[in-house]
Design a protein around this ligand. Structure first.
Ligand code: HSE
Length: 428
């Protein structure tokens, strides 16, 4: 029986879940993998958290150095979150010859090049399944099972907080602010929700997933990012009438003109498999040239789902002594040969507030036409909002720059109309 000692850095939600899984399943892993996994150390400032979990006081380390010098620790599990001190601790563990399992998307997204360098130098493993989409095994799928493919695209709902908020707004017609407050009360949203609602969390994950998918470094700074704070119940309800569901989508495409990576709210057809991914659930829809479409669905956060991903990595690490690393040159910046498409192609939903008088539609159409935008649908709901009439336009596929130019042209002429909302529509 192989003995495997682990240390857990941080006993918050995920750290506690991981501890529970490891201790409750200890006998099971002995039988299934012939390994005896024990928690040798924890590092947690709030000692009472460790004691409540039944951890022996002697296992509570007083410093990272103590863990690094403990010969019984083989694998360090980092579930603290944030960049520092997590980064220094992970580097210290790797330099002490310990393999690392982390759930930290921000750290891995921003510094995987440094962490991987230290892991290689010390012949240690570096595992990060829990960094993206919690319990959904998307990293291992990309690293192993889908290697036979050229990944053409991926589209995912990879942030549970925003999916919960958009689902509730959609179900109840409530405003963003109302639902956010309720989500905070229920623990689905943080007191400071910025990372989730502004799309940073999804962008960190997309950076990791698209780098793996497209075999080149995609820094998160190359990702177009727009959060959900501007999404209104009114647009969600007009979208529904058009057969659309609103989602915060993370999209990566590898096309002939280059790589396109973006996170933004989007309307998708209500019959698309991603449209039925509700509440705090996550899903990733990957298209490979051979496998075609694959969809992975499940819990993207939470103590046991994320703990499941971490423990999976621990077992993988313990049973695969030869470590492997990125399939691409893992540098800080994108490779000079990587081209990014920013003027991407999409269909668009536009909601305008217009004056109810003759000729307005003709003027709006003329501007769209001048910018090469082909209209697929146009609806004028029979209602007034703040004295103006809403005009809903859905375009055929067009380019981001054309839409931006058309919106600026419409808004520049205040006698016509004002564009209140622009939402991209996923038409495939
Ligand atoms: N805050 C994330 C979410 C979970 O809402 O999905 C951890 O990344």
């Amino acid at each position: 029986m192989k003995k495997v000692g682990v240390a857990i850095l941080g006993l918050g939600v995920v750290g506690s879940g991981t501890y529970k899984i490891l201790t409750e399943h200890r006998e099971f892993y002995k039988k299934t993998h012939n390994i005896d996994v024990t928690v040798e150390n924890v590092l947690e400032l709030r000692k009472e958290r460790a004691l409540e979990l039944g951890i022996n006081e002697s296992a509570i380390a007083s410093s990272m150095a103590e863990i690094c010098s403990n010969p019984d620790v083989d694998i360090v599990i980092e579930v603290m979150g944030g960049v520092e001190p997590a980064k220094s601790f992970v580097l210290a563990a790797l330099n002490a010859g310990k393999s690392v399992v982390t759930s930290n998307k921000e750290l891995f997204c921003k510094y995987s090049h440094e962490l991987e360098k230290a892991a290689k130098k010390n012949n240690c493993g570096l595992f990060y399944e829990a960094s993206c989409v919690g319990g959904v095994p998307v990293i291992r799928a990309l690293l192993d099972n889908l290697q036979g493919n050229k990944i053409l695209s991926m589209m995912g709902i990879i942030n549970g907080t925003t999916n919960y908020i958009l689902t509730k707004m959609s179900d109840c017609g409530a405003s963003y602010e109302e639902v956010l407050k309720e989500a905070q009360k229920l623990g689905y949203a943080e007191a400071d929700p910025t990372a989730d609602v502004e799309g940073y969390d999804a962008a960190y994950k997309l950076s990791i997933l698209s780098s793996l998918s497209f075999h080149t470094k995609i820094p998160y700074t190359e990702i177009y990012r727009e959060g959900i704070t501007g999404v209104s119940a009114l647009d969600i309800s007009y979208g529904k009438k058009l057969g659309y569901t609103i989602k915060l989508l993370a999209i990566g495409k590898n096309g002939t003109n280059g790589i396109e990576v973006r996170v933004h709210p989007a309307f998708i057809k209500s019959e698309h498999p991603l449209a039925s991914v509700s509440d705090s659930y996550n899903a990733v829809f990957v298209t490979g040239d051979s496998v075609q479409d694959v969809m992975l669905y499940g819990r993207g956060a939470g103590a046991l789902p994320t703990g499941s991903a971490i423990v999976g990595d621990v077992i993988y690490c313990a049973t695969h002594p030869n470590h492997s690393y990125s399939t691409f040159k893992n540098t800080e910046k994108a490779d000079a040969a990587t081209k990014f498409v920013t003027n991407f192609e999409s269909a668009y939903y536009l909601r305008l507030a217009v004056k109810d008088k003759a000729g307005v539609l003709a003027k709006v159409s003329a501007i769209l036409s001048k910018n090469g935008i082909n209209v697929a649908q146009i609806i004028q709901p029979n209602e007034k909002i703040d004295g103006a009439v809403p005009l809903i336009i859905v375009t055929h596929l067009t380019r981001e720059n054309s839409v931006n130019k058309a919106v600026a042209d419409i808004n520049a002429n205040d006698s016509i109309a004002k564009v209140e909302t622009v939402i991209r529509v996923v038409s495939d």
